[in-house]
Each structure stands twice: as C-alpha cells, then as structure tokens.
Design a protein around this ligand. Structure first.
Ligand SMILES: *[C@@H]1O[C@H](CO)[C@@H](O)[C@H](O)[C@H]1NC(C)=O
Ligand SMILES: *[C@@H]1O[C@H](CO)[C@@H](O)[C@H](O)[C@H]1NC(C)=O
Length: 238
C-alpha cells in the first residue's frame, strides 16, 4: 500500500475528481488523473481488442455450458454469444490509494443469444424444453472492483497486478427476455417477470443470470489485468 502511494506520489485524492464522464486534460504531474485518463482511453477500445498489448476482442464473447438453476428448474446454455462489448462506455474509474483498490464502471448494451435446454418444474408443471433464447437490453451498468498489488517486471518497470474483489450490475433499460416458446416478455420495474417468491424482480433475474454474468465479468477482468501487467505504470502516469 505504501509502495503504491510512493509510486503515485503526486496523486490528487478522490473528491477533487470530477464525475463528469468527459476526458479532462490533466495537470502535469497529476498521476491519478493521468492514469485514469490513459486507462479510460484504452478501455474505450477494449471491446475491439488491444492488439498492441496482445489483448483479443471481447466481441463477440462466447461462453460454453453455462448452467443456471433456481426454484426447481435448471437451464443449460450450451453456447452463449454475448454482443455489446464494443459499444461499452467507461462511465467512471475510481482509484483508492489508501485501500489499494480500483473500481471501473462501464455501461454497455447487451445481447445474449444461443440455444437452451430447460428441465424441472415451474409452478408444479413439468417442463422439458429446448429452444433458442435471446436476452437483450439497451443498457446495463456494471462496476468491477479490483485490488491493486504493485509488482516489478523483469524489465525493471513497475506494474499493477489486479485481483477481482467483486462486482455489481443493474439494467438501466428494460430487459427483453425470449426463451423459445416458453416465455417472451419485457422485464421492467413496472411489470416484473412472473414472480415465484418475492415482488422484487431484479434479484430473481440476477440470481438466475449469475453464472453467465460472473463468467463474462471474469473475462472482462482478465483483460483489465492483462492491460495493467503489460503497460508500465510510468507510461500510464504520463
Ligand atoms: C458441454 O457439455 C456437453 C455435454 O455435457 C459436452 O459434450 C461438451 O463437451 C461440453 N463443452 C464444453 C466446451 O465444455
Ligand atoms: C498477481 O497476483 C496473483 C495473486 O493474486 C499471483 O498469483 C500472480 O503471480 C501475480 N502476478 C504477477 C505478474 O506478479
């Protein structure tokens, strides 16, 4: 932690930073501002990959054999193609030098498609169904929290090694869900999904979606980690 403070000795602390998501010119020597701006610039292209750092495109993202289960049924997604990464906006990057953490908030459209197999029972009806699905929203906001460890490369440069601490996400626009002939609908706060347990639509959907979301967020975090392990901190801070 002190090493981190030392490396970014001229940092301006949180609170001075503006929330306006515009790229602001940094004052000379304002390492925090420079790191954030350079990171934001790189991340804004990350959906298409950063070949100069050996980072492949996140679009389309392909996941395999995702199993989800809730309330007595299981859904198996043999393949899941997720589009939207190239249209992500970096909303905010927060650096906390005291706790050695970073929080990156991105806002993206999302479209997940593929085929699914559902088995189990819903409301006492046995369901065995195979079909194509689509889950789509114009905007979903995701915040990924990482711990920062400062490491030295063989080249003598200082790098940041990130570890995933946690994440949160919420749709900002309606979620369109189509599960073959089983279910087609818009999920909104006003008209929730048929609800088995509570009146709270988002926890239900997010619980069912969790395995896919955590896999996708781990992919994104791997890219973030690779980026910081390939770009010396000194380059980011100027
Ligand atoms: C997905 O699961 C199927 C059936 O269990 C298996 O045949 C296939 O190899 C799995 N694919 C991957 C990529 O794990
Ligand atoms: C990054 O941290 C992980 C543990 O969180 C460690 O296993 C790995 O070796 C570190 N990578 C580098 C390049 O230091």
């Amino acid at each position: 932690m002190y090493l981190l403070l030392l490396v970014v000795c001229c940092a301006v602390f949180e609170g001075y930073a503006s929330n306006v998501p515009l790229i602001q010119p940094c004052l000379l020597g304002d390492s925090e501002c420079l790191i954030k701006t350079n990171t934001r610039n790189a991340l804004s292209r990350i959906g298409n990959g950063l070949p100069e750092f050996g980072i492949e495109s996140l679009e389309p993202m392909q996941l395999r054999n995702i199993t989800m289960g809730a309330y007595g049924f299981t859904l198996v997604f043999r393949e899941m193609n997720i589009a939207g990464a190239s249209k992500c906006n970096v909303e905010d990057i927060k650096l906390n030098f005291v706790h050695s953490t970073m929080a990156v908030t991105i806002e993206c459209p999302l479209e997940a498609t593929g085929s699914f197999k559902m088995s189990g029972s819903i409301c006492f009806f046995d369901v065995n169904h195979v079909g194509n699905y689509i889950v789509k929203t114009d905007s979903i906001r995701t915040t990924v929290n990482s711990r920062i460890d400062t490491v030295y490369g063989a080249d003598g440069n200082t790098y940041w090694n990130l570890s995933l601490l946690g994440y949160s996400y919420e749709p900002l626009e309606n979620l369109h869900i189509g599960l073959g002939r089983l279910f087609v609908g818009e999920v909104t706060r006003a008209s929730p999904l048929h609800n088995v347990v509570s009146n709270n639509w988002w926890p239900l959907v997010s619980q069912v979606a969790e395995p896919a979301v955590s896999t996708a967020i781990n992919r994104f975090h791997d890219v973030l980690k690779t980026f910081f392990l390939r770009v010396p901190l000194a380059h980011l801070a100027k």
